[in-house]
Write a protein that binds this ligand. Structure first.
Ligand code: NAP
Length: 244
C-alpha cells in the first residue's frame, strides 16, 4: 500500500512539522487522525482541506489516557493503524547552571514519555496486525551535544535509543521504526524557549537559513512510502548551511 488509504495518526500535528506533514499526507490521500492540545489549530487544518479524510482529537501526549483516545478513534473509524507519527516536542533550552527543573521535567514528559505513551498505545495493535510503522521526530540534537541544550539533547538521544530498541524487537512482526532527525527548521519551536534572547536568536537563524516544515514533511512521506522489505531507520535532514 502506498500513502493513499493508509491510516496515519499524527501526534503534535497543530503547527510546524506536524501541520505540514498533515497537509502533505492529506493531499496524498491518507486517512488521518491528527492530535495536539490546540484544538482550534487542528480544526483549521481540517477546514483548509475539506476534501481530505481528516479526524481530529485533542490530546496532551503526557496523558496516556488521552493518547489512547486518539488511537481508539483510529481503530473505531478504520479498524487499523498503519502509521503512528510521534512528533510532539518542546525545546526550552538553557544552560544547566540555571537549574530550570520544571522545564527539564516538561521536556522529559513531552519529548520522551510522549513518545513512549504513543508506542504503548499502538504497539499491541500493530503486533496483532503483524504490520505497522512508528515514526518519531528526533533531531540532530539526538546525535550530537552542544552547549545550553544538554537536556533537550538528552531527550532526543533517549528517543533515538528507544526507537532503535523498538526496531530490533519488532522487525520480526513487520513493524518499522523510523526517526527523522531535522537540523534547524523554521517553526514555532522557538516560542518554547523562555530565555528571550536565545529564543530570538534561534528564530532569526531559522528564518535566515533554516529548512521549512515542508522539507521534513517530504522526508516523512518518503519513509512511509517504502515497500514492506525496506525500512528507513534514521534520516538526518540538515539545512545545507548548518555546521553542527
Ligand atoms: N524546528 C526545529 O528546528 C526542529 C529541529 C529538530 C527537531 N525538531 C522536533 O520537531 C518536532 C516538532 O516541532 P516543530 O519544530 O514543528 O515545532 P512546533 O511548531 O512548536 O510544533 C510542536 C508540536 O508539538 C505539539 N506539542 C507540544 N507539546 C505537546 C503536548 N504536551 N501534547 C501534545 N502535543 C504537544 C504542539 O501542539 P500543541 O501545542 O497544540 O499541543 C505542536 O503541534 C519536535 O519534536 C521538535 O523537537 C524541531
Amino acid at each position: 500500500m502506498t500513502i493513499k488509504n493508509k491510516v496515519i495518526v499524527i501526534m503534535g500535528a497543530s503547527s510546524g512539522i506536524g501541520e505540514a506533514t498533515s497537509r502533505l499526507l492529506a493531499e496524498k490521500g491518507a486517512k488521518l487522525i491528527i492530535a495536539a492540545r490546540r484544538l482550534d489549530r487542528l480544526e483549521a487544518i481540517k477546514a483548509a482541506n475539506p476534501k481530505a479524510d481528516i479526524h481530529i482529537q485533542q490530546a496532551d501526549v503526557t496523558n496516556y489516557e488521552e493518547v489512547k483516545k486518539v488511537i481508539n478513534l483510529a481503530m473505531d473509524t478504520y479498524g487499523r493503524v498503519d502509521v503512528l507519527y510521534n512528533n510532539a516536542g518542546i525545546m526550552p533550552t538553557a544552560p544547566i547552571v540555571e537549574g530550570r527543573r520544571d522545564e527539564w521535567q516538561q521536556m522529559i514528559d513531552i519529548n520522551i514519555m510522549g513518545v513512549l505513551n504513543g508506542i504503548a498505545a499502538v504497539l499491541p495493535i500493530m503486533v496483532e496486525q503483524k504490520t505497522g510503522h512508528i515514526i518519531a521526530t528526533d533531531s540532530v540534537a539526538g546525535h550530537v551535544v552542544y552547549p545550553d541544550s544538554a537536556v533537550y539533547c538528552g531527550t532526543k538521544f533517549a528517543v533515538r535509543a528507544i526507537m532503535e530498541g523498538l526496531r530490533q524487537e519488532q522487525g520480526k512482526n513487520n513493524i518499522k521504526s523510523t526517526i527523522i532527525s531535522p537540523g534547524a527548521v523554521a517553526t514555532e519551536l522557538y516560542k518554547t524557549i523562555n530565555d528571550k534572547q536565545v529564543s530570538e536568536d534561534l528564530h532569526k537563524a531559522q528564518k535566515e537559513w533554516g529548512l521549512i516544515s515542508e522539507d521534513i514533511a517530504s522526508a516523512v512521506a518518503f519513509a512511509i512510502d517504502t515497500p514492506d522489505r525496506m525500512a528507513i531507520s534514521d534520516m538526518i535532514v540538515r539545512p545545507t548551511r548548518q555546521l553542527v
